[in-house]
Design a protein around this ligand. Structure first.
Ligand code: SAH
Ligand code: SF4
Ligand code: F3S
Length: 480
């Protein structure tokens, strides 16, 4: 799993995560089985680990087979219409099962729960339980209410909840890489985006609890953490949004400061983060990244569009020039870094010229990787209220194919340039294609495959790159 985005790959890996939940140690059980399924971004996946933790405290054991479950919880995404449709289809399937087994509890969590609230119970009649992203501590009570014959809803958003004290049950396979949520919510109002409505106000988590979690992961054999937030550059602790220090006797911690603290946990713990916002990304962060080898040289800096007119309508808070200035800073301070992006095609009023500006910006930056989407209008967003969704779907898709084709070419070229280089790769597991090979990622986040020899997950290996595809590098281990 690489970045924010809701592509099939991410979802597939999350379903695998559900499977490994089976192995989570359970101390005292209540005899009930939980099946947890996650969709959407890394943040949702990280939240599912919090949910697993809260319910395992209540004695739930987990199952990889939804047919065995007493409780089915779906942690959902609202970012684009098709993400919601996929969940509805799955809920209908589970509802058929409920006809045979009326005591089965079906619940919906996450962004769709927050967006649709009671409609899912009352109009669509698809679920028994609805819990928004800030209501997971209430899940044991909500399940209890459903068992008592009621329908249960809690979609209250909070200004404080960060689940800082909850030790997540790690669902990801492998035991080498893990997520740490450092903040929740989003205070930006990008006009296309539903997240501020589903996740509420931005709040940062206590840095000490973040460092402690990173240290515990390292002590348990993990070698990579990804710090998660919708806009990590606006992480702040002990200072208000207006810049007033809250407690003069304590230090203020910014994202750059937090990165440094986590980098110092151990030089063998790699750190990644997602997502940066071009309007807030400062040179401080880049300088800290340059100073510590274990801060991975990879930045996901979503541009969305290469046209300043479109960016203005998107309410992104930057222009094409501003964005390119940030790219220059990255290339100057971190010359080895790989840069990736998110791109939306066919946003309201996007002309052919605007689209060409996206194409030219992609070439100018030379992204090594991108997540690309065509625009999907979301209810209640600024764009839905203010602008007409006027680009025909066929044209949105045609433009999407163009940016996808260009990105494939750019990724191919980037990997081609790596041939002959030696990269330090963190081994994550055995290759799915062959037991004789292991895979991992280099600092720049490119998956790299090489002969297994005696390497184990968690090992760092210097790999000389000998071959590549547009998505992976291939090589052999070398001594230095
Ligand atoms: N906080 C992150 C993005 C989270 S959503 C950021 O600001 O970059 C992940 C991506 O989904 C966005 O970057 C955007 O490219 C895409 N996206 C969001 N809303 C969308 C919509 N209505 N239609 C199509 N793509 C959308
Ligand atoms: Fe959405 Fe913009 Fe917030 Fe990202 S920064 S989550 S795109 S509103
Ligand atoms: Fe993530 Fe989807 Fe919500 S991208 S924040 S799960 S709308």
């Amino acid at each position: 799993m690489r970045e924010f985005g809701t592509d099939e790959k991410v979802i597939d890996e999350k379903l695998q995560g559900t499977a490994t939940l089976l192995n989570a140690a359970q101390e005292s059980t209540n005899g009930k089985k939980l099946y947890l399924e996650s969709y959407g971004c890394q943040m949702n996946f990280s939240d599912s680990e919090i949910v697993a933790s809260i319910l395992s405290e209540e004695g739930y054991t987990t199952t990889r087979n939804s047919e065995d479950a007493d409780v089915i919880l779906m942690n959902t995404c609202s970012i684009r219409e098709n993400a919601e449709q996929r969940v509805r289809n799955k809920l209908s399937q589970y509802n058929k099962r409920k006809k045979k087994n009326p005591s089965l509890v079906i619940g919906i969590l996450g962004c769709m729960a927050e967006r649709l609230k009671k409609d899912l119970l009352e109009q669509e009649k698809l679920v028994d339980l609805v819990a928004g992203p800030d209501a997971y501590r209430d899940l044991p009570n909500l399940i209890e209410e459903v068992n008592g014959g009621q329908k249960a809803v809690n979609v209250l958003l909070s200004r404080e909840e960060t689940y800082a004290d909850i030790a997540p049950v790690r669902l990801g396979a492998g035991g080498v890489t893990a997520f740490i949520s450092i903040m929740r919510g989003c205070d930006n109002m990008c006009s296309f985006c539903v997240v501020p409505f589903t996740r509420g106000r931005e709040r940062s988590r206590d840095p000490e609890s973040i460092v402690k979690e990173a240290q515990e992961l390292f002590d348990n054999g993990y070698r990579e953490v990804t710090l998660l937030g919708q806009n990590v550059d606006s992480y702040k602790w002990n200072i208000t949004k207006k810049g007033e220090v809250i407690d003069e006797s304590k230090p203020v911690v910014t994202f750059a400061g937090l990165m440094e603290k986590v980098a110092l946990v151990n030089p063998d713990l790699r750190i990644r983060f997602s997502t940066s916002h071009p309007k807030d990304m400062t040179d401080d962060v880049l300088h800290v990244m340059a100073k510590y080898e274990n801060l991975c040289k990879y930045i996901h800096l979503p541009v969305q569009s290469g046209s300043s007119d479109v960016l203005k309508r998107m309410n992104r808070g930057y222009t094409r020039e501003w964005y390119l200035n940030r790219i220059d800073a990255i290339k100057r301070i971190l010359p080895d870094a790989f840069i990736s992006s998110d791109i939306i095609t066919g946003f309201c009023g996007e002309t052919d010229e605007d689209h060409q500006e996206t194409i030219s910006l992609m070439k100018e930056v030379g992204y090594e990787f991108s997540y690309m989407f065509f625009y999907s209008e979301r209810p209640k967003t600024l764009a839905e209220r203010k602008f007409e969704d006027d680009i025909p779907e066929a044209l949105k898709k045609q433009r999407l194919y163009e940016v996808q084709a260009l990105q494939a070419k750019l990724s191919h070229e980037a990997n081609e340039r790596m041939v002959g280089n030696v990269c330090k790769v963190l081994v994550e597991g055995t290759s799915k294609r062959s037991d004789d090979f292991v895979y991992g990622r280099n600092s720049q986040n490119v998956t790299t495959i090489f002969p297994k020899e005696n390497f184990e997950p968690g090992d760092y290996v210097n790999v000389k790159i000998t071959d590549f595809t547009s998505a992976t590098l291939k090589g052999v281990a070398v001594k230095s």
